[in-house]
Structure formats: C-alpha cells, structure tokens
Design a protein around this ligand. Structure first.
Ligand SMILES: O=C(O)CCC(=O)C(=O)O
Length: 253
C-alpha cells in the first residue's frame, strides 16, 4: 500500500491518519472470527465495577497463527515501512472490545507512557472491527501533540494516564472510523477512548504496533531485540523472528 506524499505529510503534522479499508472482506471476516474466539470477558477484562468491565487480550498474534499472518501482511508492512524506514520490528498487539454499556474510559495517554523507562516514538495501527465513534467508545485525539515529546504519566490501576491538571484538551477531536478501516497514529499522540454509551453496538479494536529496528530503552539501554523483525534492509521477513524470545508476563510494557 503506497501512501501519498501528502498523506505522509498529514500524518507527520497531525499525528494520525485514517487509511480507509486496508483488508478485504474475507480477511476482515477471518480477523473478526479469531478476535471473537480470543477476546472474551471470561478470559480477561479491563474497566471497573461501577462503570463496567470490557474484554481485553494482549498479543493476539501469539495465540492465533491466522492473526499472526496479518502482522506480516504486505499492505500493513508497507505502511509501517513508509513511516518507520527499512528496519522494522513488531512491537505489540492487543484486542479491546467495548461492548454496549461498558462505561469505563481508557483515559488520556500516549502509548509511550505505558513503557518502563523511556523509548522512542513508534507506530500504532488501530483497526476498527466495528464502526467506531464517540457514542460507542471511539477514539478522541489531540492533533499535533506527538510533536511535543513524551509527557508525564501516572499509573491509575493498569492504565498510564496523563494527569488532567497538566493537559489542555481544548483541541481534542472525536474520530469516526468506519467498520474495517485502519487508523494509524504516532505512539506520542495524546488520545483516549470513552465508554460505550450505546445499548446495541459493540466497538472492537485490534491494535497492532511496529517500531524501528533499533528501538531501545533510553534509561537502561536495553535493545528490544525480543521484538520480532518484520522488515530488515527493506525486505519483509517470511516469518516473525527475534534474537531473544518475548515472554508476555515478564516483558510486558
Ligand atoms: O481501543 C481502545 O479502546 C483503546 C486504544 C488505546 O488507547 C490504545 O491502544 O492505546
């Protein structure tokens, strides 16, 4: 998938871009089926008692060979390569389903805020498996915030959150992302998702992230060579491979 020069420019300025439909109907049906098999409230939830829980699952690609193929999907990889360059690793993926009435937000944050220490900007690909908008818990972003570097976050339970007193949300915009559309955004873009206020429309996202090949922890110096290679020297790998294994419990965040 070739991004227009203008699209890359827009992405660099505002920090996000809706690429429209990247996968065909058959591919989306496969993703949906595997997603629904894996992302279930009996297995893992986020949220809270008062506002409501919602299903969450990390690293779906480790749990489904069919989903793993999508990490190396030529259209997705081409996008990652155009943004990140010729050395690309897979960073992280997760499924988040906000079913009707699941009121808990995922409050304002940058994806970098979830990392121990500090790391460089990476790329988030946010695939809407359902039409996603403000009413059913869609994304809100603050355009341009990725250019100001990493902000201070504090932990609220399992969430890294930018304290409200330090954040000007006046320029926030809600995003409307159609079913099957792919939104890309910078890991430094400030964003949140609200609760799902609808009675009948779930809102499922599959979040896939890529980083540069030399991604490292700026505090400890650790190179993230437990993250599998996707592109090396401009060539997409036939299968995911990393120098060190990734252990979900130990290496999380
Ligand atoms: O899909 C969602 O509800 C949350 C997405 C998000 O904020 C993230 O992946 O960082």
């Amino acid at each position: 998938m070739k991004l227009l020069k203008q699209d890359i420019e827009t992405f660099r300025i505002q920090g996000y871009l809706n690429l429209g439909t990247v996968f065909d109907a058959k591919e989306l049906a496969t993703i949906s089926r595997e997603y629904d098999r894996l992302v279930r409230s009996e297995v893992q939830v986020l949220g809270n008692e008062e506002e409501g829980f919602f299903p969450y699952r990390a690293m779906l690609n480790f749990r489904s060979p069919e989903l793993q193929k999508f990490i190396l999907h030529p259209r997705l990889v081409a996008v990652a390569e155009q943004i990140l360059g010729e050395e690309v690793r897979f960073w992280w993926d997760q499924g988040i389903n906000k079913p009707p009435g699941a009121g808990s937000p995922i409050a304002w944050h940058q994806d970098n805020g979830y990392q121990r220490g500090r790391t460089q900007e990476f790329l988030t690909c946010w695939l809407a498996l359902d039409h996603s908008e403000q009413a059913n818990g869609g994304l809100e972003v603050i355009p341009g915030t990725h250019t100001a570097g990493q902000q201070e976050h504090r932990w609220e339970g399992v969430h890294a959150v930018i304290p409200a007193e330090g954040l000007d949300t006046g320029a926030a915009v809600p995003l409307d992302v159609g079913e099957g559309e792919l939104l890309i955004f910078s890991s430094l873009l400030v964003h949140q998702t609200l609760g799902n206020q609808t009675h009948d429309r779930q809102r499922r996202s599959w979040v896939i992230q890529y980083c540069r090949g030399d991604q490292h922890n700026e505090v400890t110096g650790e190179v993230y060579d437990n993250r599998p290679w996707v592109v090396r020297g401009g060539k997409t790998l036939a299968e995911l491979h990393s120098e060190r294994p990734f252990h979900l419990a130990r290496d999380h965040a």
